[in-house]
Design a protein around this ligand. Sequence first.
Ligand code: NAP
Length: 281
Amino acid sequence: MESSVRTTTLPCGEAIPVLGQGTWKMGEDSRRRSEEVDALKLGLDLGVTLIDTAEMYAGGGAEEVVAKAIAGRRAEVFLVSKVLPSNASQAGLQRACENSLKRLATDRIDLYLLHWPGSVPLSETVEAFEALKKAGKIRHWGVSNFDTDEMQELGLLSDGDKVQTNQVLYNLVRRGPEFDLTPWMRKRGIPLMAYSPVEQGALAYNARLAEVAARHSATAAQIALAWVIQQDGVIAIPKAGSQAHVRQNFAALDIKLTPQDIADLDSAFPPPSRKSGLEMI
Ligand code: NAP
C-alpha cells in the first residue's frame, strides 16, 4: 500500500493511514451514487487509502459504492469492512464474508471487524476470523464498540491477541474512551479507530471549535479532525460525501494544534474524570 498520509502501526507491524474514509449512509440514494464514488476516488488520489465500510450500511449498498471507487486500484487500498454480530458464528461469518467480498468485487478484506459485541461466543468468532485468515479471505481482524472489559475478555482468549484495532465512537464531545480504554489499547500497541470524528457533522457548527479554527484559517470540522489524529495511535475515519469535504479533511492532516489550542479545547470539551460506559451511535 502506498500513501503520503501519516501512518500508525498495527500490532501485526503493518502501517496504515491515520486518516481514512467512512461510508455510512453511502449507497442509500442512487441519485447520490456517482458523487459518493467520486468523493472516495479523490480520497484515494490524495493518499487517503483506508476505506471503512460494513455489510450493514445501506444493506450492502455502501460496499457496492466502495467496489466502484476501488475498481482497478485495489492494491492501493486498505479495505475495512464489518460483520454484524448476528452473523458472527463459524458458518455465519464465512457466509457474510463471501457476500461482502462479492459486493466489494474483491478477493480479500484487509481488516474485518465484528461490528459490536453480540450473543455468539467471542471464542467462536475469533476462531472463525482466524479460519478466514487461513483461507486468504481476510488479512486481519478486529472489533468495534468494545469497552475495556470486553477487550480484556478478548485478550484472554486463544488468538485474542491477534486483534488489530477497536473501532469506537470518539471525538471532542465523546471523550469517554480516554478514561481507561485508550490507555489499555495504547499499552498493547492496538490503534483505536475513531468513528464519527466530527460527530456526524455536528462539530462543523461548533462555536468553540470555530474560535480555534480562526487561528489556523481552518474550519471547525478540520479542527475536530486534527484533534483526533494528532493523538498517538488514533485513526479517524470521517465520512465525506462530496469532493469538497474530502479535500478539507485531507488538509486537516497539516494542521498543527498548539499547546494553547489543546488547552482551549480541553477547557471547552473536558476529558473524562470517571468511567462511563462506552457510547455507540
Ligand atoms: P462523521 O464522519 O463524524 O460525520 C459525517 C458527516 O459530516 C456527514 O454529514 C458529512 O457530510 C459531514 N462532513 C464530513 N466532512 C466534513 C467537513 N470537512 N466539513 C463539514 N462537514 C463534514 O460521522 P459518521 O459517518 O457517523 O462516522 C464516520 C464513519 O465511521 C462512518 O461513515 C462509518 O464508516 C464509521 N462508523 C462506524 C460505526 C461503528 O459502529 N463501528 C458507527 C458509526 C460510524 P457530507 O456527507 O455531506 O460530506
